[in-house]
Design a protein around this ligand. Structure first.
Ligand code: ADP
Ligand code: MG
Length: 316
């Protein structure tokens, strides 16, 4: 249903086009789920923004993004606008920025129902109350006439999820949906997202910097680094092998990996204006050899499991 093929994005920085995404491909079948994982700056949000047609001004794109017969990279803004909120729902990291502080939560969930589906005020209000109840926000504790500031962070994110799901989209894009929440609340919100999308046969594109988080939530994983996919495949295959040294480092850095204390990855991701010529991870990689600093390793393998590394790990 969603097919991203060889997506590239450059953004102007001080007037110079700088590549931020290169050769990103993914396939998300109807009802399927994909996790995009990588450190901050790896290109996860740019990938999501490209799908939604919300890239920053001056962005240049290459490749294709197919969504149910539409080429989203070529679609006019009006067509994208009609898809967003209706066929594609979105949940971002910070619920407070997604919500209007002056609007009651019931009205915020009802708004897309009125705008996209043309429901009457009463019908939209009734549907909004049901959606809020479905995400665990029900009277007497939470009523649709509350304002966002009267809720906790986790409850606010549940409102955002209810609004994103209101029109029954075919695809839900959740970009770090739990990063701003307490650890105990994070798992509940992720479980809710997985349950709701599965129940509605909705496809889920889940973005997180925490590799351990996706292991139980999505069917496929793409590990991104410096604007490229470095490892991808079924969640089972990727976790069984963790072939790319970066995938292992990312996993070891997760506070949820339950393999001792999280170990931060030494070094920093290269700035997109000054990426090294070969593998962008080579300067931080204990396994890097000569060719790694000269040639970008191609992403090789099958749909079940691909890795872009000249010295991959064989098995865990
Ligand atoms: N508005 C912008 N203008 C220029 N560069 C940007 C902008 N937003 C993000 N970038 C750069 O694009 C790259 C990818 O960023 P992003 O997709 O936001 O990463 P992630 O979501 O994985 O943390 C980073 O190098 C970041 O610095
Ligand atoms: Mg991001």
């Amino acid at each position: 249903m969603l097919t991203v093929s060889d997506l590239s994005v450059t953004l102007p920085m001080a007037g110079v086009p700088v590549p931020v995404l290169s050769g990103v491909s993914l396939t998300l079948p109807r009802g399927g789920s994909v996790g995009l994982v990588g450190e901050s700056g790896s290109g996860k949000s740019m990938t999501a923004l490209a799908v939604m047609g919300l890239l920053p001004p001056g962005a240049r794109t290459g490749g294709q993004i197919g969504f149910d017969g539409h080429d989203l990279l070529a679609a006019p803004e009006a067509a994208l606008c009609a898809l967003r909120g209706r066929r594609i729902g979105m949940v971002f990291q910070e619920p407070m920025t997604a919500l209007d502080p002056l609007m009651r939560i019931g009205a915020q969930v009802a708004e897309p129902l009125r705008r996209h589906l043309g429901l009457s005020r009463a019908a939209a209000a009734a549907r909004a109350a049901a959606l809020l109840a479905r995400v665990g926000l029900a009277p007497p504790r939470v009523t649709p006439d509350l304002y966002p500031h009267q809720l906790s962070g986790g409850q606010r994110q549940r409102v955002v999820i209810a609004a994103a799901l209101a029109c029954g989209p075919d695809l839900l894009i959740a970009d770090e949906p739990t990063t701003a929440l307490d650890v105990t609340v994070q798992a509940q919100v992720l479980d809710l997202l997985a349950a709701l999308t599965a129940e509605a046969g909705m496809a889920l594109l889940l973005i997180t910097h925490d590799l351990a988080v996706v292991s139980e939530t999505v069917e496929q994983v793409l590990v991104m680094y410096a604007g490229r996919v470095v490892e991808s495949g079924s969640t089972a295959a990727v976790f069984a092998r963790m072939a790319h040294p970066y995938t292992r480092a990312l996993f070891a850095a997760s506070p949820h990996a339950a393999v001792g204390d999280p170990a931060p990855i030494p070094g920093v991701m290269p700035d997109p204006r000054a990426r090294p010529p070969g593998c962008a991870f080579a300067p931080r990689c204990a396994r890097a050899g000569g060719e790694c600093t000269r040639t970008v390793p191609p992403l090789l393998g099958t749909d079940a499991h691909r890795v872009a590394c000249f010295h991959p790990h064989a098995a865990r």
